[in-house]
Design a protein. Structure first.
Length: 291
């Protein structure tokens, strides 16, 4: 029997999936996490989603990476962005553990940060780490092993890194990114504060990555995986492509071709890299010919 159409201003899960550009199973993930709420309209037995809530979620996800770096978005006071050091590993671990439970230990993070400090960044609020990101350049075969589920984050060692160097081409894994979600007196404030921490983190990271472009470091692709709603939202808003089907229906995999992407956060990097390549045109061409 064909189901009745939803009432005005309501949507089916399939219609929600079309708007959010995701699978129906992902719609249910949003529902379970509380991002979306299914309601049973008066006189109906079947539940539907409010169009206004779905559109607000879609707009929020799209805007996350669409805000230009130069725009004046109000920030919380006392937020400080910095490159992480091995001494920050314990604070990073505490944030990660609060978000993900079982995660890479602080001791395992220290050598990775020490040997390849670029790509590891933090945000502090009142002297305490509240957000972090690990953007790790991996050797291709280890990158594929990670993306195919053969290894997990805890298995990545210093031998797997393909560290940043002048004029180098490489691929990067956004191994982990997170911000605390328990600061504030109520859910709305806590969610807003978490977004403030993430915005500060990502903007600072974008400016640091642009410095890599100015050194001719060609990051060809970004890879990421996520099992959390926030992580999946970030991948969605960055217009990352799905890398195969999710593992067990819950671990989503993504890839982003840097040169094909036009999100504002990557524009400074792409400009800096293009300028470096133009300035070193002859040496770059010679390298390509030798290869």
């Amino acid at each position: 029997m064909t189901r009745k159409r939803p009432p005005p201003d309501y949507l089916t899960s399939s219609q929600v999936a079309e708007i959010l550009k995701c699978s129906v199973s992902m719609v249910y993930t949003y529902e379970r996490s509380g991002r979306l709420k299914k309601e049973v309209p008066k006189g109906r037995k079947q539940g539907f989603f409010k169009r206004s809530e779905v559109e607000a979620l879609a707009a929020g996800m799209a805007e996350f990476f669409e805000i230009p770096l130069e725009s004046q978005v109000p920030e919380m006071n006392d937020l400080v962005f910095a490159r992480a050091t091995p001494d920050d590993a314990e604070g990073i671990y505490k944030v990660a553990a609060s978000l993900f439970g079982s995660t890479t230990s602080a001791e395992a993070r220290k050598p990775l940060i020490a040997i390849c400090p670029q790509g590891n960044y933090i945000v502090k609020w009142k002297g305490k780490i509240v957000a972090y990101i690990h953007v790790q350049p991996l050797k291709h075969e280890r990158m594929m092993a990670f993306m195919n589920g053969e290894i997990r984050g805890k298995d990545v060692s210093v031998n797997d890194l393909d560290c940043f160097a002048l004029g180098k081409s490489l691929e990067c894994l956004v191994k982990s990114v997170g911000a605390v979600k328990d600061i504030g007196p109520d859910d709305n404030t806590r969610r807003l504060n978490q977004l403030h921490f993430l915005f500060k983190l990502l903007r600072g990271t974008a400016q640091e990555i642009a410095k890599l472009g100015a050194q001719g470091i060609n990051i060809t692709k970004l890879y990421a995986t996520s099992e959390t709603v926030t992580g999946i939202e970030m991948a969605y808003s960055a217009h990352m492509e799905m890398f195969g089907k999710p593992f067990r229906g819950s671990r989503f995999r993504y890839v982003l071709d840097i040169q094909q992407s036009d999100i504002p956060l990557l524009r400074p990097y792409k400009r800096a890299l293009a300028e470096w390549q133009q300035d070193h045109k002859e040496s770059v061409i010679g390298t390509y010919k030798e290869g």
